[in-house]
Ligand binder design. Structure first.
Ligand code: SF4
Length: 217
């Protein structure tokens, strides 16, 4: 039987090992009312991570992240950006157990789950983390940050490029915000081309055409 502890987290060499340890976590009260721990999923070699708030009802039922209506929108956003959760991106949440009634996790719950999140990021080693919504933004950047104030502006912490933007659930409630969100995501695509893969392409935001002068030379 695997036991959760900070030492056990630090000993994990792979995401599969880490997921077993995190599934044993009881470090805050959220686990008592949740069906289980939603670890996250994606390509272990991904250089980009999308971080949400916490599991909702559907995620808790299936023990997978972003599988409800907001998850479907996130998958569409990923496709538009040239990403896929199993091919070249990783999806996770700040807290791994569902807060009752879909409330936001408290700051204390966030902090209690932080060792799990940090252990995931230490193994994935993303160049870019897209922060989806207030909880993720507050966990990574500033406990007092507001989405409307900080979205679309890069923050660099611990060698990671952080892009705050809207949570897909907020975009479902406020479709008029999608245009702003796409502007944020285009910055992410540009940064991914700069830091990870200059050839990363998507029909929704194609690579810039090469300059005429270089063709004429
Ligand atoms: S939310 Fe995080 S800290 Fe709380 S029990 Fe679940 S995995 Fe552990």
């Amino acid at each position: 039987m695997v036991e959760w502890s900070r030492d056990a987290l630090a000993r994990c060499a792979t995401l599969d090992e880490l997921s077993e340890v995190v599934r044993a976590c009881r470090n805050c009260g959220l686990r008592q009312q949740a069906r289980g721990v939603v670890f996250g999923e994606g390509a272990p070699t991904a250089r980009i991570v999308f971080c949400g708030e916490g599991p909702g009802a559907e995620e808790d039922r299936l023990l997978r992240p972003f599988v409800g209506a907001a998850g479907k929108l996130l998958d569409q956003m990923l496709r538009a950006m040239g990403f896929d959760r199993f091919r070249n991106a990783y999806i996770l949440n700040v807290v791994k157990c569902r807060p009752p009634g879909n409330r936001a996790p408290t700051e204390e719950e966030r902090e209690r789950c932080r060792p799990n999140l940090e252990a995931q990021l230490a193994l994935i080693r993303p160049a870019i983390v897209v922060l989806l919504g207030a909880t993720a933004i507050q966990a990574f950047i500033d406990p007092g940050a507001r989405v409307s104030r900080v979205r679309g502006q890069w923050v660099v912490r611990d060698g990671r490029w952080l892009m705050p933007t809207y949570h897909p659930a907020a975009l479902l409630r406020n479709p008029g915000w999608k245009r702003e969100a796409w502007e944020d995501l285009k910055k992410v695509i540009d940064k991914y081309r700069e830091l990870v893969d200059p050839a990363h392409d998507t029909p929704y935001y194609p690579l810039p055409k090469r300059a005429e002068s270089s063709r004429d030379a």
